[in-house]
Design a protein around this ligand. Sequence first.
Ligand code: 5GP
Ligand code: ZN
Length: 118
Amino acid sequence: MNAQDNCIFCKIVAGQLPSNKVYEDDDMLAFHDIHPKAPVHLLVIPKSHVDSLADCGAGEGQVLARMMLKVPELARAAGCSNGFRTVINTGPDGGQEVYHLHLHVLGGPRHAWKGPLP
Ligand code: 5GP
Ligand code: ZN
């Protein structure tokens, strides 16, 4: 069995679990976090499984760059008119809970954010 066989984000990529998608192309997927910590809380993931940022190498360089460059457009489209935060939690001390690399995008009026933030 591969690590990704039990990976919820791989299952979302494969359409085996539902998600509220906001963007998809050949390499990446973006969808709403199931437990939003802010009025806008998106997750951006590569379609190809990699556990975390610490497991990325040159092979992930292109998709990482594409994900990062897509964020402002996704944030704007989701209604972030006054900025946003991007977060990548890595490993146990980084607070990572899902071991499929993902980038959080948080936005909306600050008074409406809920702690603890991701
Ligand atoms: P981490 O702590 O690993 O950086 O963040 C994992 C995030 O994934 C959490 O914010 C959590 O709410 C979100 N999440 C966990 N399971 C699911 C799911 O099945 N669907 C969606 N859309 N988000 C999920
Ligand atoms: Zn995965």
